[in-house]
Design a protein around this ligand. Structure first.
Ligand SMILES: C[S@@+](CC[C@H](N)C(=O)[O-])C[C@H]1O[C@@H](n2cnc3c(N)ncnc32)[C@H](O)[C@@H]1O
Length: 300
């Protein structure tokens, strides 16, 4: 008979800290290269405190992208953020290491050691920083989609039914009694299937504009034995509100942040809310720089 091994919570926490720091560092490695390639470090060097708009103008880049880059850089300690003024500074020491071509401190060559290449998507990110052009979810490498499922699924399994839904006013009761639910931006449908398994009286529709994800969501529903009450449908970004408007509850799991830039998703979500359905949205809280300067903040 197997016994459950005892877990030392402090050790687990310390290890999680290490692993999350490594994940953040892997993302920052690409961001550092973008900073070099787009001339962002040079634009900030010896300039004192700057707004994201000023950094963007000095580097000839799009402000929206530069704002995200600065957020990553501040969370990783590469630039300093002043919560009072909302401005960013590249300290002189970092400027010496990152903005001087022949710096003995950290020649730029060392930001791209063999094996640390940005890849095709990373290289085209430089172009996006310059032009402000967006990139659709469907344009990413296919490994992102399964990676996303694996990244978010354990959180849904642990918290969605046990904590998140009960935290919403009256929603658990509606789901137990039988409701129609749209899971907007369902991706591979992990959250859709988990809800469908937990609330057999309700009907769930996963909605996503990425057809390959919808295909996988259907497989997931079949594998988990909930295909009868969990349909998934492809939806053009502009049509998703119509599909969801007839439901009594709509969720958007990890989707709002990643929504196709042109999709007026949040406005629609507010409209649904006004017309009756309960709207819930799970997303990483990363709206304030001040509270986002930590290893996780390098990723979100
Ligand atoms: C970060 S993924 C999250 C997927 C899934 N909810 C999960 O937690 O694994 C964001 C999803 O939103 C979808 N999405 C983005 N913009 C959309 C839009 N305008 N309409 C429908 N789906 C959209 C993407 O195709 C993608 O599957």
């Amino acid at each position: 008979m197997s016994t459950t091994p005892a877990i030392d919570e402090a050790k687990l926490e310390a290890f999680m800290g290490l692993a999350v720091t490594d994940m953040g560092a892997a993302i920052s490695a690409v961001m550092n290269r973008i900073g070099e390639r787009c001339g962002l470090y040079k634009a900030m060097a010896h300039a004192g405190p700057l707004t994201s708009q000023q950094v963007a103008e000095r580097a000839g880049c799009d402000e929206r992208y530069v704002r995200e880059w600065l957020s990553n850089q501040a969370a990783g300690g590469y630039v300093e953020y002043d919560a009072g003024t909302g401005m960013f500074t590249l300290p002189e020491e970092q400027a010496l290491a990152l903005a001087e071509e022949d710096s003995p401190a950290l020649p730029h060559g060392r930001l791209r050691p063999p094996g640390l290449r940005m890849g095709r998507r990373g290289e085209s990110s430089v172009d996006m920083f310059k032009t402000g052009k967006g990139v659709g979810w469907h344009e990413h490498d296919h490994r992102l989609y399964s990676g996303t499922e694996r990244f978010f699924r354990p959180g849904y399994q642990a918290h969605l039914v046990a904590e998140w839904i009960p935290a919403l006013d009256g929603v658990e009761e509606k789901l137990k009694a039988g409701a129609r639910v749209a899971d907007v931006g369902c991706g591979h449908g992990a959250s859709t299937a988990i809800m469908a398994a937990a609330y057999p009286a309700s009907r769930f529709t996963g909605i996503d504009y990425h057809d390959a994800s919808i295909e996988r969501a259907r497989q997931v529903a079949a594998e988990e034995g909930v295909a009868e009450r969990s349909a998934s449908s492809w939806s053009a970004p502009r049509r998703d509100s119509r599909a969801a408007v007839s439901t009594s509850s709509a969720t958007s799991t990890a989707c709002t942040t990643w929504a196709t830039p042109s999709a007026p998703r949040v406005t629609r979500a507010r409209r649904w809310r006004a017309t009756g359905p309960t709207w819930s949205s799970s997303r990483t809280r990363a709206t304030r720089w001040r509270t986002n300067l930590n290893p996780v903040g390098r990723m979100f």
